[in-house]
Design a protein around this ligand. Structure first.
Ligand SMILES: NC(=O)c1ccc[n+]([C@@H]2O[C@H](COP(=O)([O-])OP(=O)(O)OC[C@H]3O[C@@H](n4cnc5c(N)ncnc54)[C@H](O)[C@@H]3O)[C@@H](O)[C@H]2O)c1
Length: 414
């Protein structure tokens, strides 16, 4: 049971999956363990994460653990049709295609949810939202789930506060082996990969405006600096703004930054970060993109409305001419640029994030019925296990505390 664009594309998808697998040593070790222990025997897992090769390999690892997989995408532009075909070729159920309309995207999420999953693996909360809102009768099958990203976690916490979250969720994003590397170094590299391959323009000497100086924003700003840009940060949190200043960046309001920016990257998880107010002040040729989870950070619909002329400027870049004669360019329709205009984070980074996902899902199943809270942090031993394996695969050794040192660190008397 699947709904994908073209099953015939599987060979190209398989090549992509084999390539990332070769660079995901953590997941390979977990796959071996899962093959032997089958932690998900008889379990249905619905998964909604950007459907490219690294995600596909995670799906195969979960399937190796005995899970019946129901896979969908997490954004209409991030699904790669050949990768979806390779999963179907391997016998997994997949509902996703690149360029899905809103209606098709909704149908695909709905097909994954209506499988009646026992575990949900979500990225941004689409599966969790749908099962609560449209399939409440299926909630009783759900043991719990894992959430991949910051925006999804904010939503889960809000749901829980409102007493609306009906099953336990693991905050995968908040594990140290996730956000410290994926959000910072993963987003930092893949955002510039997406921008560079799509625009083919120089970054050195340009003004780059990064909206949001959280874990992702820090990575995007750091790599922009490395490419030779002059970096400007916009923030709403005074502490993060000070951090940006001390990291050597200019800080100002978006309406001021709008006048001088050549590239704009929003990565706040908030909405309406760049709107009409700023569009008219921007320089001719300014390039706008978003790396936050949802496409509401740059008001692309508002830009469309005020444009006097539009054109496809280059593959995946839409041009909008304003009444002042200036052209503004938006990459990937304002959807997360590293996935809508690239292949997402590097494999070695997703190796850590998805190792946390796989081990958290297994932990969740092992603790079925025992969790008292709906919001659960990833246990420290999973974080430490992932970090230790990573160091081992890199051939690096670190010191361990002696008994005396442990005693010293755990005491309060001199
Ligand atoms: N593109 C990717 O691959 C990728 C990867 C991980 C996370 N994300 C998404 O990126 C977004 C940011 O994630 P994060 O982990 O950096 O979150 P974070 O909470 O660490 O940082 C967000 C920052 O944005 C700031 N902010 C909020 N509203 C703002 C506004 N209107 N103007 C300026 N700054 C504002 C906040 O003060 C905060 O410092 C989320 O939507 C997350 O889901 C994307």
């Amino acid at each position: 049971m699947s709904e994908i664009r073209d099953p015939g594309l599987w060979e190209s998808g398989k090549r992509k999956i084999d390539w990332v697998k070769g660079n995901m040593s953590l997941l390979r070790s977990i796959e071996e363990e899962f093959l032997a222990s089958k932690p998900f025997a008889g379990v249905k897992i619905a998964l909604s994460i950007h459907l490219e090769a690294k995600t596909a390999y995670l799906c195969k690892v979960l399937a190796a653990g005995g899970a019946e997989m129901f896979v969908t995408g997490s954004n209409p532009l991030s699904t790669q049709d050949d990768v979806a075909a390779a999963l179907v070729h391997d016998g997994l159920n997949v509902f996703a295609w690149h360029g899905a309309t809103d209606e098709e995207y909704h149908r695909h999420i709905s097909m994954a949810v209506s499988s009646g999953p026992n575990i949900i693996i979500d990225d941004g909360g689409d599966l969790v939202n749908m099962i609560h809102n449209e399939y409440p009768e299926l909630i009783e099958n759900v043991i719990g789930g894992c959430e991949e990203t910051t925006t999804g976690i904010i939503r889960l916490i809000n749901m829980d506060k409102a007493g609306q979250l009906k099953f336990p969720m693991m905050l995968v994003n908040n594990a140290r082996c996730k956000y410290l590397f994926d959000n910072r170094y993963g987003t930092g590299q893949s955002v510039w990969d997406g921008i560079n391959r799509t625009t083919n323009l120089i970054v050195a000497g340009k003004n780059v405006v990064v909206a949001g100086y959280g874990w992702c924003g820090k990575g995007v700003a750091m790599r922009a600096k490395g490419l030779g840009a002059s970096v400007i940060v916009t923030e709403v949190d005074p502490v993060k703004a000070i951090e940006a200043v001390m990291d050597g960046f200019k800080v100002m309001k978006m309406e001021e930054a709008a006048k001088i920016g050549d590239f704009f990257v929003t990565v706040t998880g908030c909405k309406d970060v760049i709107t009409e107010k700023s569009f008219y002040n921007m320089k001719d040729g300014a390039i706008l993109c978003n790396a936050g989870h949802f496409d509401c950070e740059v008001d692309v619909a508002g830009l469309k409305k005020i444009a006097v002329e539009t054109r496809l400027a280059r593959n995946n870049i839409d041009g909008y001419k304003l009444s002042n004669g200036r052209w503004l360019y938006v990459i990937g329709e304002g959807r997360l640029v590293n996935l809508a205009a690239g292949d997402g984070h590097p494999a070695e980074i997703m190796d850590m994030s998805f190792a946390i996902q796989a081990l958290s899902a297994a932990w969740l199943f092992k603790n079925k019925g025992k969790l008292t809270s709906k919001i659960n942090v990833v246990p420290e031993e999973i974080d430490n296990d992932v970090a230790s394996r990573k160091l081992r695969f890199w051939g690096l050794e670190i010191d361990t505390l002696t008994e005396e040192q442990e005693k010293y660190l755990n005491s309060w008397q001199v």
